[in-house]
Design a protein around this ligand. Structure first.
Ligand SMILES: *Cc1c(COP(=O)(O)O)cnc(C)c1O
Length: 394
Protein backbone atom coordinates (compact mmCIF):
# COMPACT_ATOMS: atom_id res chain seq x y z
CA UNK A 1 0.00 0.00 0.00
CA UNK A 2 1.19 3.50 -0.80
CA UNK A 3 2.08 5.64 2.16
CA UNK A 4 -0.02 8.77 2.32
CA UNK A 5 1.01 9.83 5.79
CA UNK A 6 4.43 9.54 7.31
CA UNK A 7 4.64 9.69 11.05
CA UNK A 8 8.18 9.55 12.47
CA UNK A 9 9.12 5.89 12.84
CA UNK A 10 12.06 6.35 15.18
CA UNK A 11 12.82 8.18 18.38
CA UNK A 12 16.55 8.63 17.94
CA UNK A 13 17.86 5.11 17.66
CA UNK A 14 14.74 3.52 19.16
CA UNK A 15 11.47 2.39 17.63
CA UNK A 16 10.95 1.09 14.09
CA UNK A 17 9.03 -1.97 13.04
CA UNK A 18 10.99 -5.21 13.50
CA UNK A 19 8.41 -7.67 12.30
CA UNK A 20 7.93 -10.21 9.49
CA UNK A 21 7.48 -8.54 6.12
CA UNK A 22 3.92 -9.78 5.78
CA UNK A 23 2.90 -7.23 8.44
CA UNK A 24 4.21 -4.19 6.56
CA UNK A 25 1.05 -3.53 4.52
CA UNK A 26 -1.07 -3.97 7.66
CA UNK A 27 0.97 -1.44 9.61
CA UNK A 28 0.97 0.92 6.61
CA UNK A 29 -2.82 0.76 6.58
CA UNK A 30 -2.86 1.66 10.27
CA UNK A 31 -0.36 4.50 9.82
CA UNK A 32 -2.36 5.94 6.95
CA UNK A 33 -5.59 5.75 8.90
CA UNK A 34 -4.05 7.34 11.95
CA UNK A 35 -2.43 10.08 9.87
CA UNK A 36 -5.79 10.81 8.30
CA UNK A 37 -7.83 10.97 11.50
CA UNK A 38 -5.48 12.20 14.20
CA UNK A 39 -6.20 15.87 13.51
CA UNK A 40 -9.65 15.37 12.01
CA UNK A 41 -12.08 17.62 13.95
CA UNK A 42 -14.91 15.06 13.89
CA UNK A 43 -12.65 12.28 15.14
CA UNK A 44 -11.25 14.52 17.88
CA UNK A 45 -14.74 15.60 18.90
CA UNK A 46 -15.89 12.00 19.19
CA UNK A 47 -12.82 11.04 21.24
CA UNK A 48 -13.39 14.05 23.53
CA UNK A 49 -17.06 13.15 23.89
CA UNK A 50 -16.26 9.68 25.19
CA UNK A 51 -13.48 11.01 27.40
CA UNK A 52 -15.85 13.37 29.20
CA UNK A 53 -19.19 11.55 29.08
CA UNK A 54 -18.07 7.95 29.43
CA UNK A 55 -14.63 7.94 31.08
CA UNK A 56 -15.43 10.88 33.35
CA UNK A 57 -12.67 13.30 32.34
CA UNK A 58 -11.11 15.63 33.16
CA UNK A 59 -9.72 13.70 36.11
CA UNK A 60 -9.05 15.99 39.10
CA UNK A 61 -5.61 17.28 39.97
CA UNK A 62 -5.91 16.91 43.72
CA UNK A 63 -3.73 18.87 46.13
CA UNK A 64 -2.69 16.28 48.71
CA UNK A 65 -2.48 18.53 51.73
CA UNK A 66 -1.75 15.86 54.33
CA UNK A 67 1.20 14.29 52.58
CA UNK A 68 2.43 17.69 51.41
CA UNK A 69 2.68 18.83 55.00
CA UNK A 70 4.26 15.56 56.03
CA UNK A 71 6.84 15.50 53.24
CA UNK A 72 7.60 19.22 53.18
CA UNK A 73 6.83 19.98 49.52
CA UNK A 74 3.69 20.41 47.44
CA UNK A 75 2.22 17.18 46.10
CA UNK A 76 -0.56 17.08 43.53
CA UNK A 77 -2.17 13.80 42.48
CA UNK A 78 -3.43 13.32 38.94
CA UNK A 79 -6.42 11.10 39.64
CA UNK A 80 -6.49 8.60 36.74
CA UNK A 81 -7.81 6.13 39.33
CA UNK A 82 -11.16 7.90 39.07
CA UNK A 83 -11.61 7.02 35.40
CA UNK A 84 -14.27 4.53 34.38
CA UNK A 85 -12.73 1.04 34.87
CA UNK A 86 -10.28 2.51 37.37
CA UNK A 87 -7.14 3.34 35.42
CA UNK A 88 -5.64 5.28 32.52
CA UNK A 89 -5.83 2.34 30.10
CA UNK A 90 -9.38 3.21 29.02
CA UNK A 91 -8.15 6.48 27.39
CA UNK A 92 -6.15 4.47 24.89
CA UNK A 93 -8.68 1.67 24.43
CA UNK A 94 -11.41 4.15 23.49
CA UNK A 95 -9.11 6.13 21.19
CA UNK A 96 -7.98 3.06 19.26
CA UNK A 97 -11.42 1.54 19.01
CA UNK A 98 -12.77 4.76 17.50
CA UNK A 99 -9.94 4.55 14.99
CA UNK A 100 -10.81 0.91 14.29
CA UNK A 101 -14.40 1.92 13.62
CA UNK A 102 -13.26 4.58 11.13
CA UNK A 103 -11.13 1.92 9.43
CA UNK A 104 -14.22 -0.25 8.96
CA UNK A 105 -13.04 -2.98 11.35
CA UNK A 106 -15.66 -5.04 13.16
CA UNK A 107 -13.56 -7.20 15.42
CA UNK A 108 -11.05 -6.20 18.12
CA UNK A 109 -8.24 -8.40 19.37
CA UNK A 110 -5.78 -7.73 22.17
CA UNK A 111 -3.40 -9.59 24.42
CA UNK A 112 -3.23 -9.07 28.15
CA UNK A 113 -1.01 -10.22 31.01
CA UNK A 114 -2.55 -9.10 34.27
CA UNK A 115 -5.87 -8.55 32.53
CA UNK A 116 -6.18 -4.80 33.03
CA UNK A 117 -5.68 -3.96 29.36
CA UNK A 118 -8.02 -6.82 28.48
CA UNK A 119 -10.74 -5.37 30.70
CA UNK A 120 -10.30 -1.86 29.23
CA UNK A 121 -10.44 -3.29 25.69
CA UNK A 122 -13.49 -5.45 26.42
CA UNK A 123 -15.19 -2.41 27.94
CA UNK A 124 -14.54 -0.23 24.90
CA UNK A 125 -15.64 -3.05 22.58
CA UNK A 126 -18.87 -3.47 24.55
CA UNK A 127 -19.91 0.14 24.25
CA UNK A 128 -18.96 0.29 20.57
CA UNK A 129 -20.75 -2.97 19.82
CA UNK A 130 -17.69 -4.73 18.45
CA UNK A 131 -16.70 -8.37 18.65
CA UNK A 132 -13.76 -8.80 21.01
CA UNK A 133 -11.20 -11.57 21.47
CA UNK A 134 -8.58 -11.37 24.22
CA UNK A 135 -5.49 -13.60 24.14
CA UNK A 136 -4.06 -14.50 27.49
CA UNK A 137 -1.36 -16.96 28.57
CA UNK A 138 -2.81 -20.00 30.32
CA UNK A 139 -0.73 -19.22 33.43
CA UNK A 140 -2.19 -15.72 33.56
CA UNK A 141 -5.73 -17.01 33.02
CA UNK A 142 -5.25 -19.04 36.19
CA UNK A 143 -3.67 -16.18 38.16
CA UNK A 144 -6.15 -13.49 37.09
CA UNK A 145 -9.45 -15.29 37.36
CA UNK A 146 -11.59 -12.28 38.39
CA UNK A 147 -10.37 -10.26 35.39
CA UNK A 148 -11.07 -13.17 33.04
CA UNK A 149 -14.62 -13.34 34.34
CA UNK A 150 -14.98 -9.56 34.01
CA UNK A 151 -13.94 -9.70 30.34
CA UNK A 152 -16.39 -12.52 29.70
CA UNK A 153 -19.18 -10.57 31.39
CA UNK A 154 -18.37 -7.69 29.05
CA UNK A 155 -18.91 -10.02 26.11
CA UNK A 156 -15.31 -10.75 25.17
CA UNK A 157 -14.02 -14.19 24.30
CA UNK A 158 -10.90 -15.00 26.31
CA UNK A 159 -8.53 -17.41 24.56
CA UNK A 160 -6.16 -19.24 26.88
CA UNK A 161 -2.78 -19.68 25.15
CA UNK A 162 -0.98 -22.88 26.10
CA UNK A 163 2.22 -22.39 24.05
CA UNK A 164 5.66 -21.68 25.50
CA UNK A 165 5.79 -20.16 28.95
CA UNK A 166 2.00 -19.62 28.79
CA UNK A 167 2.33 -15.92 29.64
CA UNK A 168 2.16 -12.50 27.98
CA UNK A 169 4.67 -13.01 25.20
CA UNK A 170 2.97 -16.20 24.03
CA UNK A 171 -0.38 -14.42 24.08
CA UNK A 172 1.16 -11.66 21.97
CA UNK A 173 2.44 -14.14 19.37
CA UNK A 174 -1.01 -15.65 19.15
CA UNK A 175 -2.63 -12.23 18.72
CA UNK A 176 -0.21 -11.36 15.89
CA UNK A 177 -1.08 -14.66 14.17
CA UNK A 178 -4.79 -13.90 14.44
CA UNK A 179 -4.25 -10.39 13.06
CA UNK A 180 -2.40 -11.62 10.00
CA UNK A 181 -5.14 -14.14 9.22
CA UNK A 182 -8.12 -11.86 9.82
CA UNK A 183 -6.76 -8.40 9.06
CA UNK A 184 -9.55 -7.41 6.72
CA UNK A 185 -12.05 -6.93 9.51
CA UNK A 186 -9.82 -7.15 12.59
CA UNK A 187 -8.03 -4.44 14.57
CA UNK A 188 -5.19 -5.24 16.97
CA UNK A 189 -5.39 -3.00 20.04
CA UNK A 190 -2.05 -2.64 21.86
CA UNK A 191 -2.16 -1.47 25.48
CA UNK A 192 1.02 0.50 26.04
CA UNK A 193 3.49 2.72 24.15
CA UNK A 194 5.33 -0.34 22.80
CA UNK A 195 4.99 -2.58 19.73
CA UNK A 196 5.94 -1.79 16.14
CA UNK A 197 5.51 1.66 14.64
CA UNK A 198 3.00 3.39 14.65
CA UNK A 199 1.65 2.00 17.96
CA UNK A 200 4.06 3.83 20.30
CA UNK A 201 3.00 7.13 18.73
CA UNK A 202 -0.71 6.58 18.65
CA UNK A 203 -0.95 5.15 22.16
CA UNK A 204 1.05 8.14 23.44
CA UNK A 205 -1.27 10.54 21.65
CA UNK A 206 -4.38 8.94 23.15
CA UNK A 207 -2.84 9.11 26.64
CA UNK A 208 -1.47 12.65 26.23
CA UNK A 209 -4.82 13.99 27.43
CA UNK A 210 -3.52 13.30 30.97
CA UNK A 211 -0.71 15.84 30.68
CA UNK A 212 -2.73 18.39 28.70
CA UNK A 213 -5.25 18.48 31.52
CA UNK A 214 -2.60 18.48 34.25
CA UNK A 215 -0.79 21.41 32.62
CA UNK A 216 -3.94 23.48 32.48
CA UNK A 217 -4.95 22.48 36.00
CA UNK A 218 -1.61 23.29 37.63
CA UNK A 219 -1.36 26.64 35.82
CA UNK A 220 -4.76 27.50 37.17
CA UNK A 221 -3.99 26.39 40.73
CA UNK A 222 -0.38 27.49 41.09
CA UNK A 223 0.07 30.03 38.27
CA UNK A 224 3.26 28.21 37.37
CA UNK A 225 4.53 24.94 35.95
CA UNK A 226 5.45 22.07 38.28
CA UNK A 227 9.06 21.32 39.21
CA UNK A 228 8.65 17.55 38.93
CA UNK A 229 6.41 15.00 37.25
CA UNK A 230 6.53 11.50 38.69
CA UNK A 231 4.97 8.40 37.13
CA UNK A 232 5.50 4.65 37.33
CA UNK A 233 6.81 2.87 34.25
CA UNK A 234 5.71 -0.52 33.01
CA UNK A 235 5.58 -0.08 29.25
CA UNK A 236 5.44 3.68 29.79
CA UNK A 237 1.97 4.75 28.68
CA UNK A 238 0.76 6.53 31.83
CA UNK A 239 4.18 8.19 32.11
CA UNK A 240 4.27 9.34 28.47
CA UNK A 241 0.65 10.43 28.85
CA UNK A 242 1.55 12.73 31.73
CA UNK A 243 4.96 13.85 30.41
CA UNK A 244 4.17 14.59 26.77
CA UNK A 245 2.61 18.04 27.23
CA UNK A 246 5.68 19.12 29.26
CA UNK A 247 8.50 17.72 27.09
CA UNK A 248 9.58 21.16 25.87
CA UNK A 249 9.48 22.72 29.33
CA UNK A 250 13.10 22.09 30.25
CA UNK A 251 12.61 23.22 33.83
CA UNK A 252 10.03 20.51 34.49
CA UNK A 253 11.96 17.42 35.61
CA UNK A 254 10.57 14.06 34.52
CA UNK A 255 11.00 11.06 36.81
CA UNK A 256 10.03 7.53 35.79
CA UNK A 257 9.74 5.02 38.62
CA UNK A 258 10.54 1.44 37.65
CA UNK A 259 9.84 -1.78 39.50
CA UNK A 260 12.85 -2.61 41.68
CA UNK A 261 11.17 -5.85 42.73
CA UNK A 262 13.23 -7.96 45.13
CA UNK A 263 16.50 -6.28 44.22
CA UNK A 264 19.12 -5.62 41.57
CA UNK A 265 19.83 -9.21 40.49
CA UNK A 266 18.67 -10.30 37.07
CA UNK A 267 15.20 -11.76 37.18
CA UNK A 268 14.39 -9.99 40.44
CA UNK A 269 13.15 -6.69 39.01
CA UNK A 270 11.57 -5.12 35.93
CA UNK A 271 13.68 -1.96 35.70
CA UNK A 272 14.34 -1.94 31.94
CA UNK A 273 15.69 1.62 31.73
CA UNK A 274 18.10 1.13 34.60
CA UNK A 275 19.34 -2.38 33.85
CA UNK A 276 18.25 -3.07 30.28
CA UNK A 277 20.28 -3.07 27.07
CA UNK A 278 19.43 -2.14 23.52
CA UNK A 279 17.35 -4.90 22.04
CA UNK A 280 14.22 -5.72 20.10
CA UNK A 281 11.04 -6.61 21.95
CA UNK A 282 7.53 -6.88 20.57
CA UNK A 283 8.47 -5.37 17.24
CA UNK A 284 10.46 -2.32 18.21
CA UNK A 285 13.97 -1.44 19.28
CA UNK A 286 14.21 -0.24 22.83
CA UNK A 287 15.77 -0.98 26.22
CA UNK A 288 15.15 -4.60 27.15
CA UNK A 289 16.14 -6.80 30.09
CA UNK A 290 18.29 -9.52 28.52
CA UNK A 291 20.24 -12.51 29.78
CA UNK A 292 23.83 -13.43 28.85
CA UNK A 293 22.64 -15.05 25.63
CA UNK A 294 20.75 -11.96 24.58
CA UNK A 295 17.41 -13.62 25.29
CA UNK A 296 14.66 -11.68 27.03
CA UNK A 297 15.13 -12.39 30.71
CA UNK A 298 12.58 -13.23 33.38
CA UNK A 299 11.30 -10.27 35.31
CA UNK A 300 9.62 -9.77 38.67
CA UNK A 301 7.47 -7.16 40.29
CA UNK A 302 4.83 -7.35 42.99
CA UNK A 303 2.71 -5.31 40.61
CA UNK A 304 1.44 -7.22 37.59
CA UNK A 305 1.21 -4.07 35.46
CA UNK A 306 4.92 -3.28 35.84
CA UNK A 307 6.08 -6.84 35.26
CA UNK A 308 7.29 -6.23 31.70
CA UNK A 309 10.84 -6.84 30.38
CA UNK A 310 10.92 -3.76 28.14
CA UNK A 311 9.76 -0.19 27.83
CA UNK A 312 8.35 1.91 25.00
CA UNK A 313 10.94 3.23 22.50
CA UNK A 314 10.18 6.90 23.12
CA UNK A 315 10.68 6.38 26.84
CA UNK A 316 14.07 4.76 26.16
CA UNK A 317 14.97 7.67 23.91
CA UNK A 318 14.04 10.35 26.46
CA UNK A 319 16.07 8.49 29.07
CA UNK A 320 19.07 8.17 26.74
CA UNK A 321 18.90 11.89 25.97
CA UNK A 322 18.94 12.75 29.64
CA UNK A 323 15.47 14.29 29.54
CA UNK A 324 13.95 11.57 31.71
CA UNK A 325 15.46 10.30 34.95
CA UNK A 326 14.85 6.66 35.83
CA UNK A 327 14.68 5.53 39.45
CA UNK A 328 13.35 2.39 41.07
CA UNK A 329 11.59 1.33 44.22
CA UNK A 330 11.39 -2.21 45.57
CA UNK A 331 8.29 -4.31 46.21
CA UNK A 332 8.47 -3.53 49.91
CA UNK A 333 8.88 0.19 49.34
CA UNK A 334 5.88 0.11 46.99
CA UNK A 335 3.80 -1.50 49.73
CA UNK A 336 4.86 1.33 52.06
CA UNK A 337 3.72 3.81 49.39
CA UNK A 338 0.41 1.98 49.05
CA UNK A 339 -0.26 2.14 52.79
CA UNK A 340 0.98 5.73 53.09
CA UNK A 341 -1.38 7.20 50.49
CA UNK A 342 -4.26 5.09 51.78
CA UNK A 343 -3.84 6.20 55.38
CA UNK A 344 -2.92 9.82 54.75
CA UNK A 345 -5.30 10.77 51.96
CA UNK A 346 -7.94 8.05 51.93
CA UNK A 347 -6.98 7.06 48.41
CA UNK A 348 -6.12 3.41 47.74
CA UNK A 349 -3.73 3.44 44.78
CA UNK A 350 -2.94 0.57 42.41
CA UNK A 351 0.30 -1.20 43.30
CA UNK A 352 1.73 0.20 40.05
CA UNK A 353 0.94 3.78 41.07
CA UNK A 354 2.16 3.02 44.61
CA UNK A 355 5.66 2.86 43.13
CA UNK A 356 5.40 6.53 42.15
CA UNK A 357 4.11 7.47 45.61
CA UNK A 358 6.83 5.39 47.27
CA UNK A 359 9.52 7.30 45.42
CA UNK A 360 8.48 10.54 47.14
CA UNK A 361 8.94 8.83 50.48
CA UNK A 362 12.20 7.20 49.56
CA UNK A 363 13.88 10.32 48.18
CA UNK A 364 11.96 12.96 50.10
CA UNK A 365 15.14 14.90 50.88
CA UNK A 366 15.88 15.74 47.27
CA UNK A 367 12.80 17.98 47.06
CA UNK A 368 12.87 21.56 48.34
CA UNK A 369 10.26 23.28 50.44
CA UNK A 370 8.30 25.03 47.69
CA UNK A 371 8.75 22.40 45.00
CA UNK A 372 5.61 21.42 43.15
CA UNK A 373 5.42 17.71 42.36
CA UNK A 374 2.70 16.07 40.27
CA UNK A 375 2.33 12.32 40.78
CA UNK A 376 0.32 10.24 38.37
CA UNK A 377 -2.06 7.94 40.23
CA UNK A 378 -2.45 5.70 37.20
CA UNK A 379 -5.07 3.44 38.75
CA UNK A 380 -7.02 2.47 41.83
CA UNK A 381 -5.96 -0.29 44.16
CA UNK A 382 -9.12 -2.32 44.69
CA UNK A 383 -7.65 -5.04 42.48
CA UNK A 384 -4.61 -5.24 44.77
CA UNK A 385 -6.26 -5.30 48.17
CA UNK A 386 -6.21 -9.10 48.26
CA UNK A 387 -2.47 -9.23 47.46
CA UNK A 388 -1.76 -6.80 50.28
CA UNK A 389 -4.02 -8.77 52.62
CA UNK A 390 -2.15 -12.02 51.90
CA UNK A 391 1.20 -10.30 52.49
CA UNK A 392 0.11 -8.72 55.75
CA UNK A 393 -1.13 -12.06 57.08
CA UNK A 394 2.27 -13.66 56.51
C1 LIG B 1 -1.03 -1.24 33.09
C2 LIG B 1 -0.83 -0.30 34.20
C3 LIG B 1 0.39 0.38 34.41
C4 LIG B 1 1.62 0.12 33.57
O1 LIG B 1 1.51 0.42 32.22
P1 LIG B 1 2.12 1.75 31.58
O2 LIG B 1 1.97 1.53 30.12
O3 LIG B 1 3.55 1.84 32.01
O4 LIG B 1 1.33 2.89 32.08
C5 LIG B 1 0.48 1.31 35.43
N1 LIG B 1 -0.57 1.54 36.25
C6 LIG B 1 -1.74 0.90 36.10
C7 LIG B 1 -2.85 1.21 37.06
C8 LIG B 1 -1.91 -0.03 35.08
O5 LIG B 1 -3.09 -0.67 34.95
Amino acid sequence: MKKEFNIARYFGDFGGAFIPESFIPILDELENAYGKYKDDPEFTAEYNYYMSEYVGRPSPLFYADNISRDLGFKVYLKREDLNHTGAHKINNAIGQILLAKRMGKKRIIAETGAGQHGVATATAAAIMGMECVIYMGAEDVKRQEPNVFRMELLGAKVVSVTDGSRTLKDAMNEAFRDWLTNVEHTYYLIGTVAGPHPYPTLVRDFQAIIGREAREQILKKEKQLPDYLVACIGGGSNAMGLFYAFLDDDKVALIGVEAGGRGVNRGDNAASLMYGRKGVLHGSKSKVLLDDYGQVSDVHSISAGLDYPGVGPEVAYLHDEGRLEAVSVTDNEAIDGFRYLTRKEGIIPALESSHAVAYLLKDRNRFKKDDIVIVNISGRGDKDVNTIYQLMRK
